[in-house]
Design a protein around this ligand. Sequence first.
Ligand code: ADP
Ligand code: TRP
Length: 327
Amino acid sequence: MKPALISGMKPEGHMHLGNYLGALKNFTDLQNSGKYDCYFFEADLHSLTEDFSPREKRAQVLELAAEYLAAGLDPKKSVIFPQSAIPAHTELMWVLTTMAPEGELRRMTQYKDKALVKKREVNAGLLMYPVLMAADILLYGAAAVPVGEDQLQHLELARTLARKFNARFGETFTEPEGILTRANRVMNLKDPGKKMSKSQPDGCLFLDDAPETIRKKIARAVTDSGTEVAYDPKKKPGLANLIDLYAALSHMEPAMVAREFAGEKYSVLKTRLAELVIEYFSEFRSAKKKLLAEPSRIAEVLAGGAAEAGRIAEKKIAEVKKKLGLL
Ligand code: ADP
Ligand code: TRP
């Protein structure tokens, strides 16, 4: 049996280059490596912690599934499903909640960031978010979890909870390891000190951005006042981010990219990068559009995945209940 691998993304619309390079591209590469039994789900329950409307949510669930498939996730190779279709995720979450240190949850960076910017009341779902994530992972015995760097803290909690449960109730869960891509922290084009995020749209390249918008955003990317193209993430973070993006999309090493553009103006790199981004995602965009024209096919893929995931999850939750002494 191969080791299990799991990851998920929230259906919230507006996928950006950071999500793609930090997570989705890696999902496809790992699936195609043939080394793992892969599970990729939509973290639709996690997405309820943010404001939404039901009609919008439905469209976002279909859209994310279309993006998964357009990026190359294949229901013949991976189990693809929506988290909310499997009740065992929330059942296990409750069990883990009773073992999760409350103070640690309050100290999670993502919680603190989100709680700080919320003007209205912070919902308790934001606090429990990492516990549901731990349940997602532990339920499938996942040994590997590909995520961006910002999720490592949550993964650490999953490891802690697995250890705690195992120590108290006997060996039940696998401690998961994170898998990072090189592009695990794509930076904001307008502020290379911050990660690219949809909350700052002008520094963020969305996969659905029109070619003209992509050209404009990259042309306006903040770089240093120097003129020499060199890869130096400390001294030239803005330029290094552009080089990293070019490298990731052209399967080159950053040093090789810097050599290729040596002696050129920054604007030459920017123009070539914009064309590379436009070209790279053109196939993705048309595949996504085609899939979205057939929502019933997408629903079929998700239902098939849910049936398969459900079988595994049910077994695990039954084992957990038994170990806890529940009937
Ligand atoms: P956002 O920060 O845009 O709200 P999410 O929190 O929904 O993105 O993240 C979805 C996935 O994309 C996660 O695995 C996360 O680690 C990854 N990710 C998000 N932003 C970046 C980024 N700038 N660079 C690399 N990976 C990222
Ligand atoms: N929290 C992750 C994010 O913000 C999404 C997620 C939920 C996840 N459950 C997971 C990722 C389990 C990996 C494994 O992107």
